[in-house]
Design a protein around this ligand. Structure first.
Ligand SMILES: Nc1nc2c(ncn2[C@@H]2O[C@H](COP(=O)(O)OP(=O)(O)OP(=O)(O)O)[C@@H](O)[C@H]2O)c(=O)[nH]1
Ligand SMILES: [Mg+2]
Length: 240
């Protein structure tokens, strides 16, 4: 009983209490049926992500999952927004996804129309500039014999949007999980790379990144970055 009480307390204490260094949002965008949810599911199963995922459903098929990712002694709380059929809700998508630190544009390599829609989505977020990071994913690479979009075309799209933060093209399979780890790892690393050593909160917000409370002591005193020690137990707490 005592131990159950203790567990409950820990859970309550750690519920969104800011015990992380930074938080940010990544939006997955692409037309209906390209495999966004399957790709995200594979990503959420990777080992370097802690804390179980809780899916929150919002309007119009939009849902998000919150996960903690640790890297280089920092704990990042990441919200992954899975935006269904983005082509039908362009205005809403633009509003809901505003302020994201990263975008994953997904199309289906066996469906040219999906590539054309993804081009429009990439254009919708062109204004974010280079500090917001983006990757392009050509999914269903297990269906090579049905390919309609070449790698060269997809890579051309990345080059076209390089100045608005698009960094690389990946081919993935939502069936086998091939390429998923590489795509998300690169996107995370690019986002982590936008955070300066002594960040100014206002500057961070322009990159879609917020500070967590790990920057502050119990009395509200501010810590220097090098004074941090990540307590690994917090990454394992079921906090939602
Ligand atoms: N062969 C193959 N099928 C896939 C792959 N990824 C997803 N699928 C299938 O494609 C269909 C759509 O996948 P979802 O993950 O639901 O697609 P989505 O982009 O989330 O679709 P919406 O949520 O409707 O926008 C499902 O039947 C999946 O099993 C893949 O890489 N290869
Ligand atoms: Mg989906």
């Amino acid at each position: 009983m005592a131990s159950r009480q203790k567990r409950t307390d820990r859970r309550t204490m750690s519920y969104d209490d800011g015990r992380y260094h930074y938080s940010f949002k990544i939006a997955l965008l692409g037309p209906n049926g390209v495999g966004k949810t399957d790709v995200l599911t594979h990503h959420l199963q990777t080992e370097d992500i802690s804390a179980p995922a809780t899916i929150h459903n919002i309007d119009c098929g939009i849902s998000y999952v919150v996960k903690d990712v640790s890297a280089l002694g920092r704990l990042y709380r990441v919200q992954y927004w899975d935006v269904q059929s983005a082509e039908h809700y362009m205005t809403q998508v633009a509003r809901v996804c505003r302020g994201a630190a990263g975008y994953v544009f997904v199309f289906d390599i066996t469906d040219r129309k999906s590539f054309d829609i993804t081009k429009k989505l990439a254009q919708l977020f062109e204004h974010t500039g280079p500090v917001v990071k983006k990757v392009l994913i050509g999914n269903k690479c297990d269906l090579e014999n049905q390919r309609e979009v070449s790698k060269a075309e997809a890579e051309d799209l990345v080059s076209q949007y390089k100045s608005s933060g698009m960094v690389q093209y990946f081919e993935t399979s939502g069936v086998s999980g091939q390429g998923v780890y590489e795509a998300f790892t690169l996107l995370h690393t690019e986002i982590f790379g936008t955070i300066p050593k002594h960040p100014d909160p206002e500057l961070l917000l322009q990159r879609g990144v917020r500070l967590g409370k790990r920057w502050y002591g119990a009395g509200g005193e501010e810590f220097e970055a090098h004074n941090f020690k990540v307590d690994d137990t917090t990454t394992k707490v079921d906090w939602m």
